[in-house]
Design a protein around this ligand. Structure first.
Ligand code: ADP
Ligand code: MG
Length: 251
């Protein structure tokens, strides 16, 4: 084995993946820039740290389970009248995740609830928080099957270990008493431990209807509302306002 091969093997043994896969490029850069010994060691270590941070970020995003990427930078505040610039900045800074505040985004379809929730989730992954995304429907299914289905068990463990849980589309489908109780248990368990974003098309007075139980609805809302920002996003549908027809575009 030549010297580079043995160095790559040692890098692998030490778990220095970047050094292993990029040794040739590292040596090339060092030569090009006439690096001193110190420069070279510094460069190798810095590259390894950046590589690991990048991998960890990718892993957090993958494990969060977002259905598709959405970014805060693409969120048009001019369109969303419900949120002020200042409020948006505060939300983007994510201190509320450390403070374990909840966020309830309510409103009709197409106003940007999911976009904002996923955008905040992505940002949180970027900044090192553990995030889980689920729809309410999928959460209920997971809760029901967590004892018997391995995947559901893994998903629930991840949810319980998250800094931020996003529950999308709460209230779209009614749930029964057992499911309502499971949901209540989870919310109680996560209280003071996990920040939660809920998106819903229902006003609070309608929660009784989809939960089928006034006492349960009050108990859940009570837990969620403990430290909570409620943002009613009652504007127009972004989809409808921005829809483009093929005929218009080609006219
Ligand atoms: P909701 O979850 O409220 O039904 P979505 O978040 O799914 O709505 O938004 C519908 C579509 O419109 C998505 O493609 C989303 O990216 C876009 N959208 C909604 N509001 C905005 C906004 N303020 N700025 C940019 N895109 C938006
Ligand atoms: Mg949505």
């Amino acid at each position: 084995m030549d010297r580079t091969q043995t160095i790559k093997a040692s890098a692998q043994t030490l778990g220095l993946t970047h050094t292993k896969i990029s040794l040739d490029q590292i040596l090339h850069t060092a030569k090009e820039n006439d690096y001193s010994y110190l420069d070279l060691i510094g460069y190798v270590l810095d590259c390894e740290i950046l590589y690991r941070q990048d991998k960890a970020r990718e892993k957090r995003i993958k494990e969060a389970g977002f259905p598709y990427p959405k970014y805060l930078k693409d969120f048009d505040l001019g369109f969303c009248k419900a949120i002020s610039k200042k409020q948006f900045k505060q939300l983007s800074e994510l201190a509320w995740i450390d403070g374990i505040y909840n966020l309830i985004l309510s409103g009709p379809p197409g106003v940007g609830k999911t976009h904002l929730a996923i955008g905040l989730g992505y940002q949180a992954c970027e900044e090192g928080y553990k995030v889980s995304y689920t729809t309410m429907q999928s959460l209920i299914k997971t809760l029901r099957t967590e004892e018997i289905d391995r995947h559901a068990g893994v998903k629930m463990r991840r949810i319980r270990a998250s800094n931020l849980l996003i529950i999308d589309e709460v209230g779209y489908l009614p749930i029964n008493a057992t499911e309502g109780n499971m949901f209540f248990q989870l919310i109680s368990e996560l209280q003071e431990r996990t920040a939660i974003i809920i998106t819903t098309n229902k006003g609070f007075e309608e929660w009784t209807e989809f939960l089928g139980d006034a006492a349960l609805a009050t108990a859940i809302l009570d837990r969620l509302a403990y430290q909570c920002d409620k943002i009613p996003m009652n504007g127009k549908s972004y989809r409808l306002e921005n829809r483009k027809s093929f005929l218009e575009e080609t006219a």
